[in-house]
Write a protein that binds this ligand. Structure first.
Ligand code: NAP
Length: 262
């Protein structure tokens, strides 16, 4: 697979990792890119930055199912099929669970999980019409390792791992590849209210995630050997990972305080 002349739908392609994926896809020759995001001005700016690409700008909130249904219907009418779906849009609200406003709990589930399930559902017929379709879900390192103060965000992101495996196996007869990326802390608007820690660049996360799709990787895990070792330890001996989490408890409580990107 390559991205030359491909038709792509991405949620949240106007900022951060999504915007870098759009730039990377444009460089790699994608001919049509549909982007769903709430900010109309940012969508217009994105299209203007890539005049070589035929853009479909979809202004709307992925938490509203009609936005997703209409996006799929427009793609069917105007393109006839879809080669790559990237479920990237995400929001975050950290903090102790008992202090999290109910609305922010529901919103994280709606944007990070329900929208991914629904948009994928609406796009499956379009992907089946592609010669070689693919889906890329953007999860998070917090979806692989459950950390204190990120219970809701982490749960929505962990669900994407399971959804990825289920759908890859369900769609295997149709030659649709399904992959999931798990970025670590990345320098985007989402991390503006997060205190401390070195971050990856959104450009490198975008590039590596798309390479993973081309190479038919299943789970694209960021964070190097230490992250891989922690994931293994957490699976095989979660109690041992509890001890590591306990050692960082105060630091994580302080760094997550006020960490919101909604
Ligand atoms: N940054 C990190 O450290 C990090 C680490 C691990 C995983 N991730 C994941 O990577 C993905 C991208 O994150 P990012 O850091 O690039 O985020 P970001 O800089 O905050 O950008 C989020 C993008 O999603 C769109 N979006 C957000 N809510 C939306 C909604 N309800 N409906 C439609 N579009 C919406 C935003 O556009 P509008 O605001 O205009 O709607 C924007 O284009 C997310 O799924 C995030 O959870 C990020």
């Amino acid at each position: 697979m390559d991205f030359e002349n491909k038709k792509v739908l991405i949620t949240g392609g106007t900022r951060g990792i999504g915007r870098c994926m759009v730039a990377e896809l444009a460089r790699a020759g994608a001919s049509h890119i549909a982007v769903i995001a709430r900010d109309k001005k940012m969508l217009k700016q994105l299209a203007a930055a890539h005049p070589e690409v035929s853009f479909m700008r979809i202004v709307g909130d992925v938490a509203h199912s009609e936005v997703l249904r209409e996006a799929a219907a427009r793609i069917e009418d105007e393109w006839g099929h879809l080669d790559l779906l990237i479920n990237n849009a995400g929001i975050l609200s950290a903090g102790p669970l008992e202090e999290l406003p109910d609305e922010e709990l529901y919103d994280q589930v709606a944007v990070n999980l329900t929208a991914v399930l629904l948009l994928t559902k609406y796009c499956v017929p379009l992907l089946k019409a592609s010669k070689e379709g693919a889906i890329l879900n953007i999860s998070s390192g917090l979806g692989l390792l459950g950390q204190p103060f990120y219970a809701v965000y982490g749960s929505t992101k962990a669900a994407l791992k399971q959804f990825t495996d289920c759908m890859r196996r369900e769609l295997a007869p149709y030659r649709i590849h399904v992959a999931c990326a798990y970025p670590t802390a990345t320098d985007t608007d989402m991390m503006k209210k997060f205190v401390g820690r070195e971050m990856e660049s959104p450009e490198s996360v975008a590039k590596r995630s798309l390479q993973g799709v081309l190479q038919k990787e299943l789970h694209i895990v960021f964070g190097g050997e230490e992250r891989e070792a922690h994931v293994k330890l957490n699976f095989e001996a979660p109690g041992k990972f509890d001890a590591i989490a306990a050692a960082h408890y105060e630091k994580r409580r302080d760094s997550s305080a006020g960490h919101k990107a909604l």
